[in-house]
Design a protein around this ligand. Sequence first.
Ligand code: NAD
Length: 354
Amino acid sequence: MESFLYEAQPERVVFGSGKIKEAAEEICEWGVSRVLIVCTKGRFEAAEVIQEQLGGKSAGIHASAEQHVPEQNVSEILRVIQQSGADAIIAIGGGSAVGLAKAAALDTHLPILAVPTTYSGSEMTSVWGITYREGKRTGRNPVVKPKTVIYDPELTLTMPSYLSLTSGINSMAHCFEALYASKRNPVTSIMAEEGIRALFHSLQKITAVPGDREARSNALYGSWLAGEALNMADMGLHHKLCHALGGNAGLPHADTHTVILPYVIAYNAAGIPETMARAATALGLKQGEVPEQLFRLIESGNGPGSLAELGMKEKHIEAAAEEVIQQSFMNPCPVTKKDLTRLLKQAWEGKREL
Ligand code: NAD
């Protein structure tokens, strides 16, 4: 066996249908007295359920989370925390709500309880991101990692089929990159393989029947594993490309991951035989079939087929390739700017014959 480092970070995971009802009880056990609830505008009603549970301990609902955490939203939440005297945060929603809570915790060190409603996996990581005028900055800091995470599959039933698919593939991308990460270890690999299995099969079902409760539960389980794997392993070409296209070029996060993933896997396939074997086993496929089956899953779920469809202009391909090549990142196969430009052109066109 190769040498490895395994370093778990403290966390508490509460999983099950209806577990949102335990949110106030969970956070009050920390001895806190003023809890700020953070969400996007779209998750306001779910936030109100928690506000009611908290009663007098609620410091209000702050519903201004947005994708990629714009810096002005961070200044605003820091002001709200100071004025309200909040001493803890509950983030309810997708990666945007969790992301804003993390950005606040980076400065204030307030503890976070996260109640995810998408499959982004952000709630399991110590990775934060803030978008400044010059671009998106990310980093890792244990203070931003939620102390407790409540996974309640009932909250994901309202997620439209399109978001379920794209958000689930965002999570699958965490798993694929964790399988070949230089910081992988035997535990992250088990989680990543199981995450791919749980997510792929449940997404097939959810895109056909969005109300399938068992599939919803399995997808959320898969996204938990994906987030765990993302937290321990380092991310490579796929996440770097999506970071450049999402945070910096303004493309929607999960949609971008969905378009890019099959292309990066096909690009790296020759250099990652073990990853391809594990993914194929998880999906019940032959190794060479993995990228094609991802394309099929995306197509059957009416997911995005190209970067052009997401609004990217062809003239921006070169700049994105340049931005990524300037960074240092792990990747199992060598990467040149010419390779990246070709990969992005294929993804921009939605080319299927790779
Ligand atoms: P999101 O949080 O932006 O949510 C997308 C939209 O879906 C929002 O309008 C939201 O209100 C709505 N929504 C959320 N849950 C819903 C539900 N159950 N039913 C109906 N609508 C729902 O999307 P996301 O993809 O979860 O998160 C993207 C953000 O997360 C990006 O900013 C990305 O950078 C970040 N992210 C961070 C990490 C990390 O480890 N730091 C990991 C993954 C993603």
